[in-house]
Write a protein that binds this ligand. Sequence first.
Ligand code: HEM
Length: 467
Amino acid sequence: MRLCYQQEVLIKEVPITGITLLNSLGLRGWQVGQLPQAPRLKGTAIDSMSSSASKTRSLGPVYTLKVAGERMTFLTDAKDFHNFFQSTDVDFQKAVQSSVQKIASVTEEAFFKNHTKIHDTVKGRLSFHKLPPFCETLHSKFKEHLVGIKNQITIKNGCEFEAELNDLVRSTMYKSIMDNLFGDGVLPTHDEAAFKEFEKNFLIFDEQFEYAARLPKIFLREWTKSKNWLLQMFTRVTKQCMQTIPADVESRSLLQTLIAVIDDDFSPNWSMMMLWASLANAIPITFWTLCMIYQHQRVLEKVQSEVRQVLKENEKCDESTLALMPYTRQCILEAIRLRSPGIFTRRVIKEFRVKGYNIPVGDLLMVSPFWAHRNSQQFPDPEEFKPERWENIEKNSFPESFIAFGGGRYQCPGRWFALLEMHIYVSLFVSLFDCKLLNGVPDLCELHLVGTQQPVQKCPVVLSLAK
Ligand code: HEM
């Protein structure tokens, strides 16, 4: 397969073994297209998702792919990311609106009317200085569910307990996050059968989320059924919630805060999207963090000695407790670096100049955190799990080269909450259990581009009580 590049009158053809590249981006079967005003594509190498050196591609710092009729121009040089996030020539809302319409049935008009308001509301509610109350409630919910597992092991007379790690993390985290953000028991977390029904539908919704942004409904029967199930649930929940929104703004749950600002009939739809955003990345990355910790004996010993000491001496969990476990936080940041979302995107609304090239209006401009985080200039030995590289990172800021949470006006508003919940969960988990990965760390499934990667294989583990 060939990809054509054209610079002024010169047409440069570059052989592309790009089907592998596309596969590695998860774009199976989509078309590689023509670059209209093209860069001389030299220079920056991009590692494939599976990161083998033999798959390294040299498409250059700027290149365009035509995917399902849409021109996508990728920026791969970290020096251009700031411009990507800050330029007024590109637009976040115009890039994502049609996907939100397909996925959540929010009309174009409703999207533009409410999106910024919702973003700012979530950002305000989950801002760094609003997090302390969540410390205690997340800690107590996680503990409740993890102690449930501990009791199952104890019942077996302290013997080992076999489990699938991804399922275990999911089932213990989902309920806790839902209760914390949406209100205790507001979503079906208290009744096991109802929760299972929810989980089944949510997993289908999540798994095919990205296809749903592009494919006609006809190919998505099962997904549409699950989406409708979730929408019906949120229709009931938001109706009840509207009648019980407390006057005191500070005591409102995130759901109540959200519903209070939406001024049309799409509350259930936005709430469903909010639920997805709050579960889809943080929970798989928590799973990967645990896998990576248990896979690396030296790291494991360091985390164990840190968390067991601190949590033994502190029954409660607050900010100062977490500050005593900095290495665990470094492990989490390192796992986020290695399992960042595949891409995020902006729509070019005014000709965008980069490296001497003019990217035309209408293009989707793309940046891949997954690949950016494998740039060896910024992250030496990029494939290695090295928590120490985060040693001197300040608590409420990230280095410019770390873009897992996006950037600019619409940067992930849940990022501090995500780090908090993961820090509490991982430290509790390691303090309670010894865990042996029976088959090592699973491979990455490359189907998720917008969200983080899921494991291909199951991850069987043997759990026992921490010694
Ligand atoms: C490790 C976990 C997470 C990662 C890697 C992540 C990453 C991202 C990214 C890359 C974006 C798009 C930003 C952009 O294009 O500039 C985003 C958006 C968003 N995230 Fe997160 N996120 C995580 C956890 C969370 C959590 C826990 C919540 C909520 C509690 C959340 C809520 C949101 C929302 C609501 C948006 C949409 C913003 C908008 O449309 O304006 N995220 N996230």
